[in-house]
Design a protein around this ligand. Structure first.
Ligand SMILES: Cc1ncc(COP(=O)(O)O)c(C=O)c1O
Length: 363
């Protein structure tokens, strides 16, 4: 196991922080009368389409839900932090480790935008180690960017918006040789034919893995994301989070969803097949018409492709698609993504419509 001193990395004032202690955490025994949390004893009497019992605050540490998630993932609950989407742990990790106007993070553009936005909100410095032209990690460049102020490195695999997995050896090199925290964002891992980094948590105390229920599980509106890390690091995330960050509707609904793993696997299979079909179609347009210049293989539920500006710039094709009621993501202003559009894999019918419209536009 890698030698690592977590407390040396955490912002010093947070080491001694006395966290807010909620009523639901203070009293852990059995009682019949709860007059400790200024709750309303009555559930709303009118029909909201929700069950009874929402007048009480939810479990602040989501013990039952973490047990269920832990069982699915083969991880003990003390290694799991649940957030309001995985965007919440991204923000909390920045607040836990980075002093504003002093510390820095490293990101590897083109990549998910929230790492830089959360850092900017906190006045944390952002160093960029751009991906290579084939969208692989430039490990040497990452280490050129590391300074004594670098606390976090964000790696996204499969990467958004490029869709590729980062090479395992490259991520391991960063984990082995960087003294700070390495965040591996696996929001799209369920669509990839690759192993998660979760089993490596025991070996690398500086590893944080992010996952989410927003993608493969189809529960984006519920806002539930996971950060997996050492029990010590999770304790600190729990100290600085808002007390009731996961509402009870979400805890209950995700708990039910976890009983439907087979259905989720089936859905993933359909989306991966649809991704292949879309990929083939885009290649066909590329080869037959030249309207598309490049199609990038994807391990996620989206495909990045570049237009040929002799026919359409990405801006023009984006506009023409919207005129037909189809919205894709214009990524053409991201580094290495000139004239690039990102296409999410939709339902069979949505994908059919997209193909039909693009075919018409390409004639
Ligand atoms: C790579 C990546 N990480 C994290 C997120 C945030 O997901 P959520 O906050 O819905 O869990 C997204 C959302 O698109 C993403 O693409």
């Amino acid at each position: 196991m890698k030698k690592f001193d977590l407390s040396a990395l955490i912002r010093p004032h947070l080491l001694a922080l006395a966290p807010y202690s909620s009523a639901r955490q203070d009293f852990k025994g059995v009682a019949n009368v709860f007059l400790d949390a200024n709750e309303n004893p009555y559930s709303l009497p009118f029909e909201l389409g929700i069950d009874e019992g929402y007048n009480r605050y939810p479990d602040p540490l989501q013990v039952a839900l973490k047990k269920k998630i832990g069982k699915l993932k083969g991880i003990a609950p003390e290694h799991i932090f649940l957030g309001n989407g995985s965007d919440e742990p991204i923000d909390l990790l920045l607040r836990l480790f980075c002093q504003p106007q002093k510390d820095e993070i490293i990101i590897t553009p083109p990549t998910y935008g929230m790492y830089a936005v959360s850092a900017a909100i906190q006045e944390v410095g952002i160093k960029k180690a751009y991906l290579k032209p084939d969208f692989s990690l430039d490990v040497a460049e990452i280490f050129r960017q590391v300074s004594p102020q670098t606390k976090l490195i964000f790696l996204c695999s499969p990467n958004n918006p490029t869709g590729n997995l980062l090479a395992k050896e490259d991520i391991l090199q960063v984990l082995e040789n960087f003294e700070g925290i390495v965040v591996v964002d696996e929001a799209y891992i369920d669509f990839a034919a690759a192993d998660s980094f979760l089993p490596l948590l025991a070996q690398y105390p500086n590893l944080v893995v992010l996952q989410t229920f927003s993608k493969a599980w189809g529960l984006a509106a519920l806002r539930l994301g996971m950060a997996y890390a050492s029990a010590e690091l999770i304790t600190f995330l729990n100290k600085i989070k808002p007390p009731y960050n996961i509402n009870l509707l979400t805890q209950n609904a995700v708990s039910k969803a976890l009983d439907k793993e087979n259905e989720v696997r089936h859905c993933i299979q359909i989306l991966v097949e649809e991704r292949k079909k879309l990929e083939n179609f885009l290649y066909q347009i590329k080869n037959q018409t030249g309207v598309i210049a490049e199609v990038y293989p994807s391990a996620a539920n989206f495909i990045l492709f570049k237009t040929n500006p002799d026919y359409f710039s990405a801006d023009t094709l984006y506009q023409k698609l919207t005129e037909k009621g189809i919205v894709v993501r214009n990524r053409s202003r991201e580094p290495l993504c000139q004239n690039a559009l990102r296409l999410s894999v939709g339902s069979v019918e949505e994908n059919r419509l997209f193909c039909q419209v693009l075919e018409q536009l390409s004639q």
